[in-house]
Design a protein around this ligand. Structure first.
Ligand code: SAH
Ligand code: SF4
Length: 357
């Protein structure tokens, strides 16, 4: 099988094509003009186009299902070259732009949630992706392609500001090399130019990999899926906690280089009668002491056969109010795309069980 050219940073492509200056033109065709074949690259000589076509492909995945939520979010199911499927979600939020002439413009603000693996090894008890086990890592190009295809499908201009969150299927730090490569491809000013400050890696807390990521000095934002404040409960929800307990995660976070104007995000999935009590909120405040942090509360999103229940709005609000009263920044994640089953892994599961075509 031919590799995808989306695997390479511009610097790498410069070593692969001759003369070197052609690499920038090719990058421009792919990431700005967004052609889907080498033959369309008009200012590239025919022999080089043929050589590229013989060695590489551009796109390797196809959109096999698409669901649009009432709030405008779109959930995609991609079929990879080997037939496996992964999900990508385009989240739409409203961005208000105040112009110098006093006019106000409402623009959609795009955030794309991408997958990093087919399945996941971590095995969290509340997560549908975990149920199917782990199949394989995504290649860097397969991560890059999710974004490009979402841009293409929505006619998003390459210079629009887009945020990326690595919160789709899989554990991104378990596929660190390919993740880092994709982050580098996204940030290239000749390509999509998505600054690492607008990219957030979410992890279940592989402390040693958090340190490795820190050493790579990519400038990305970090999000920790904490979900519980004592080891016993966290171990039940997230078996990975046996290998990397809460204390080890907090130490790794304290070592992580955080941009002065940024914060580490702590995700806390609220499950009814499991971790929605104020005693947990109190412990959370203590844990975060001295860390530049913000908390994102997430409603547990039930799926058929899930062992847990969605929490009451009341208890989530109380949890938030407690954190805010102690000076901890805290937002509640809107249930974007609830009606399109936006919790991680749900569209893929429906596809596998034949509920969607
Ligand atoms: N593996 C990484 C990133 C992907 S999971 C991680 O765990 O951080 C992205 C987020 O989806 C995590 O915070 C996870 O806890 C959340 N999630 C998983 N199952 C969910 C469910 N049923 N309802 C709501 N959020 C869920
Ligand atoms: Fe993997 Fe994240 Fe799901 Fe846990 S929540 S099983 S780490 S994808």
């Amino acid at each position: 099988m031919k590799p995808s050219i989306l695997n390479y940073t511009l610097e790498e492509l410069e070593t692969l094509v001759s003369p070197k200056f052609r690499a920038k033109q090719i990058y421009n065709w792919i990431y700005n003009k967004r052609v889907d074949s080498f033959h369309e690259m008009q200012n590239i000589p025919k022999n080089l186009r043929e050589e590229l076509d013989a060695k590489y492909v551009i796109y390797n995945s196809t959109i096999v299902n698409k669901q649009i939520s009432s709030d405008g979010s779109i959930k995609y199911l991609f079929k990879l070259h080997d037939g496996h499927t992964v999900e990508t979600v385009l989240l739409l939020m409203r961005d208000t732009q105040y112009n110098e002439d006093g006019s106000i413009k409402h623009l959609p603000k795009y955030t794309v949630c991408v997958s990093s693996q087919v399945g996941c090894k971590v095995g969290c008890a509340f997560c549908l992706t975990a149920k199917g086990g782990f199949i394989r890592d995504l290649e860097a190009s397969e991560i890059v392609e999710q974004i490009l295809q979402v841009y293409n499908d929505n006619d998003i201009d390459s210079n629009r500001r887009v945020n990326i969150v690595y919160m789709g299927m899989g554990e991104p730090l378990d596929n660190l090399q390919n993740l880092a490569q994709a982050i580098k491809v996204f940030k290239d000013p000749n390509g999509l130019s998505i600054s690492p400050h607008r990219q957030t890696v979410s992890t279940s807390g592989l402390s040693s990999k958090i340190d490795k990521l820190a050493k790579m000095d990519l400038g990305i934002n970090l999000a920790i899926s904490l979900h519980a404040v004592d080891d016993e409960l966290r171990q039940q929800l997230m078996p990975i906690n046996k290998a990397y307990n809460i204390a080890s995660i907090m130490e790794a976070v304290r070592r992580f280089p955080v941009n002065l104007r940024k914060k580490v995000m702590f995700e806390y999935l609220i499950i009814k009668d499991v971790n929605d009590d104020i005693a947990s909120a109190k412990k959370l405040v203590k844990l975060l002491n001295g860390i530049q942090s913000k908390v994102n509360l997430i409603y547990f999103n039930p799926y058929p056969g899930s062992p847990f229940c969605r929490p009451d709005t009341e208890s989530v609000k109380k949890f938030q109010e407690y954190l805010l009263s102690k000076g901890v920044l805290c937002t509640i994640r809107e249930s974007k795309g609830l009606d399109i089953s936006a919790a991680c892994g749900q569209l893929r599961e429906q596809k596998l069980s034949g509920e969607v075509q």
